[in-house]
Design a binder for this molecule. Structure first.
Ligand code: ADP
Length: 225
């Protein structure tokens, strides 16, 4: 379990997260939705132990950041490092054995090639594979499906569902509501640095309708098609 209390984060004078209270339980998949700039990535970085913040993030893990696999929206790789080398480096960081590695290349990535030369989707799959091989307890996936082909999308979704069965905590942001509503146990709506809504499965349709009305109707009227 991860418990976040009164989490606030500012960049200079810009107050991005404003007293967030949240909890994440094992064996559950959580969605975080919100407009661009609402603070999703900032929240994820705080949980992953990147940067400072006010408030508290407690968990059953001794040092939470060593149990979190963070898949960034746009993973960046060191230059002149191959896919294999990247996977080995990340596993070494967690002291995970890299034996039988060759058989685990489920996304069929060109692992001998420099990772910086990969396409957007391939980079994402490599970074995702690395955090899986690390055998993390918590997976934070920031826009995991962006730029990824349909076959990999299906495979990633199945893996996420398997992680739930393995009692992991999975937190996902996505701009595709249907993806989240299919797999998430709960969806948090982040608005202007605050959790505006915490929605359970039975109320997803209601949330989607509210969002459609709030976002679409006003804009369509304005553009005067
Ligand atoms: P989201 O992931 O929901 O799109 P972010 O957490 O990336 O939102 O960004 C929230 C706000 O914080 C934005 O206004 C963004 O410009 C600002 N921000 C993010 N990172 C930084 C940074 N390193 N320095 C200054 N401002 C930042």
């Amino acid at each position: 379990m991860i418990t976040i209390k009164n989490l606030s984060k500012s960049y200079g004078k810009n107050n991005i997260l404003k007293g967030i209270n949240l909890s994440f339980e094992k064996g559950n998949i959580y969605g975080v939705v919100g407009k661009n700039g609402s603070g999703k990535t900032t929240l994820f970085n705080c949980i992953a132990g990147i940067g400072t913040y006010d408030g508290s993030i407690d968990s059953e893990f001794e040092d939470l950041k060593n149990h979190v696999g963070l898949l960034e929206t746009n993973p960046v790789f060191l230059s002149r490092i191959t896919g294999w080398e990247y996977l080995k480096l990340l596993c070494a960081a967690r002291k995970v054995s890299t034996e039988n590695f060759e058989t685990q290349n489920i996304f069929e990535l060109p692992l001998e090639q420099y990772a910086e030369t990969y396409s957007t989707g391939m980079k994402k799959k490599l970074a995702f594979m690395a955090i899986l091989l690390q055998k993390n307890d918590v997976f934070i996936l920031d826009e995991p499906f962006n730029g990824v082909d349909i076959q990999s999308n299906i495979l990633m979704t199945a893996i996420i569902e398997e992680l739930k069965k393995l009692n992991k905590i999975v937190i996902i942001s996505s701009h595709v509501f249907s993806t989240l509503s299919k797999i998430c146990d709960r969806i948090y709506l982040l608005k202007e640095g605050k959790i505006e809504k915490s929605v359970s499965k039975e109320k997803y349709a209601e949330l989607e309708n509210e969002m459609i009305q709030d976002i679409v109707q006003n804009k369509i009227d304005v553009i005067n098609l």
